[in-house]
Design a protein around this ligand. Structure first.
Ligand code: GDP
Length: 442
């Protein structure tokens, strides 16, 4: 539910816990009044945006607490409303007392993402940019961060802003023509319409290609092949990726590591073939050695290759907090039978490879759902693709001189999709889905 934007909301905006500085943020009509209830500035307060030094006086607390207050009077603020931030030492009981006092003075606890939701509702950010705020906060690596920042800077919305205006004009002209259909008055000639639609098609196609590439250059799901030397890792790697890495009957041929990207249903999966484990006392010893290696860092899944007919570990040995999940596959199943419940594969006969690929894709798909950037990208891609289809149909309607009523329908369809992409049209459910993923205070 979109909460009442007339409420003044409060939340801790910095990381909780003991630390150098806590930032308690307020937004809403009474943000400044409520903040000044407890904050005594050294200079008299004025109407301008500025930072005040001073101290806090909290109920049931005799001493003054050094603090500063930054105020941004509406409307030129992040949320479009009065905004205030109290900065103080990050002492958890102190922060708790301050927030309780602010709540007693009339503020309400902010919901997750409510500050950014207000920025969106005030028209300060469109939906792709609001989603990018979360993606920046959540970025797991430099690639993700780069993409999220590009989106925050308008990388998705900017190229489409002009198109939206042009389509609105075009629709107005087509609909005006409908009113004068009997007189056969045309407000825009078919050649002109084709030109404008072709330009729009080119813009949307370009953006769609860029979004596809973004999905690819973003962090792919990393699957590291692991297992003892000669377990058949390189052969499985080759069979899955179609690559021709060096495969040899001598143990330990894969000296370094190789990375190849597979693309299944548009989902990028990086398969990493590592050096084999040196023989160790126990499987866990060797796994620890393997996991310590640089190339397994950041693995999303470990594909543990075990030779059919060989020794299979106890599954309980393999799960440990903080370690990526381990998927065990039996290799060389053309030579021996895989133990019951292990995924049986053979690089030689390709048995089980399709099933393995599907399992990997499922893992990758469910991990994608967790990333803010991926879910924003897939939302944008969906609307961009739908816009493209409406524009293609609109173009062919003009080309084959079909009725203007149908053309108007397709133009409306394209505008609805663009509206949904920007967030000009939204439902409470959609906002809930997007903003509930934020932490409180953002
Ligand atoms: P790695 O050291 O784990 O990378 O193992 P390799 O992929 O180099 O394979 C070791 C040996 O096992 C090679 O001689 C491969 O030809 C053989 N091998 C690998 N996969 C299969 C398989 O599915 N069936 C059979 N019969 N041999 C395999």
């Amino acid at each position: 539910m979109v909460s009442d934007i007339q409420d003044t909301i409060v939340a801790l905006s910095s990381a909780p816990g003991p630390g150098g500085r806590a930032v308690v943020r307020l937004s809403g009509p009474n943000a400044l009044g409520i903040a000044f209830t407890f904050f005594q500035p050294t200079d008299p307060p004025g109407a301008a945006r500025r930072r005040y030094e001073g101290a806090l006086r909290l109920p049931d607390f005799a001493s003054w607490i050094p603090a500063s207050l930054v105020v941004w009077p509406e409307p030129r603020t992040y949320t479009g409303q009065n905004l205030a931030e109290l900065h103080l030492l990050s002492s958890p009981p102190l922060v708790e007392l301050l927030i309780t006092s602010l709540l007693n003075a009339g503020a309400r606890t902010a919901q997750p993402g409510e500050f950014t939701q207000r920025a969106f509702l005030a028209g300060k950010l469109d939906l792709p940019r609001a989603e990018a705020v979360l993606a920046v906060i959540e970025a797991g690596g430099r690639d993700d961060l780069k993409q999220a920042l590009a989106q925050l800077a308008g990388g998705v919305s900017r190229p489409l802003q002009g198109l939206r205006d042009d389509l609105l004009d075009l629709l107005a002209e087509v609909e005006a023509g409908l009113d004068f259909a009997e007189e056969d008055i045309r407000f825009v000639q078919p050649e002109e319409m084709l030109k404008r639609l072709a330009k729009g098609l080119a813009q949307v196609t370009l953006l769609s290609k860029q979004l596809e590439k973004r999905g690819l250059s973003g962090s792919a799901f990393r699957v590291v092949l692991a297992g003892r030397p000669n377990a058949g890792k390189s052969s499985l790697f080759n069979a899955l990726t179609g690559a021709a890495a060096l495969v040899s009957p001598e143990p330990g041929t894969t000296r370094d590591y190789l990375v190849r990207r597979m693309l299944v249903d548009g989902i990028p999966i990086d398969l990493i073939d590592t050096a084999g484990w040196a023989e160790r006392r126990t499987l866990i010893d060797s796994q620890a050695q393997q996991l310590g290696k640089q190339q397994t860092e950041g693995a999303d899944l470990i594909l543990l290759c075990l030779e059919a007919g060989g020794e299979f570990p106890d599954e309980s040995e393999l799960t440990e907090p903080g370690r990526p999940p381990v998927l065990m596959v039996a290799t060389k199943c053309d030579l021996a039978k895989a133990p019951h419940k292990y995924l049986a594969t053979s690089a030689k006969t390709r048995a089980g490879l399709n099933v393995l690929q599907n399992v990997l894709t499922e893992y990758a798909r469910s991990s994608q759902k967790e990333s803010a950037l991926a879910s924003s990208l897939s939302r944008c891609k969906h609307h961009v693709q739908a816009t493209l289809e409406h524009l293609r149909r609109a173009h062919s309607i003009v080309l084959f001189s079909e009725p203007s009523e149908v053309l108007a329908l397709e133009l409306r369809g394209a505008l609805d999709e663009l509206g949904a992409l920007f967030g000009a049209v939204f439902t409470d459910d959609l906002l809930d889905r997007i903003f509930s993923r934020f932490c409180i205070g953002k």
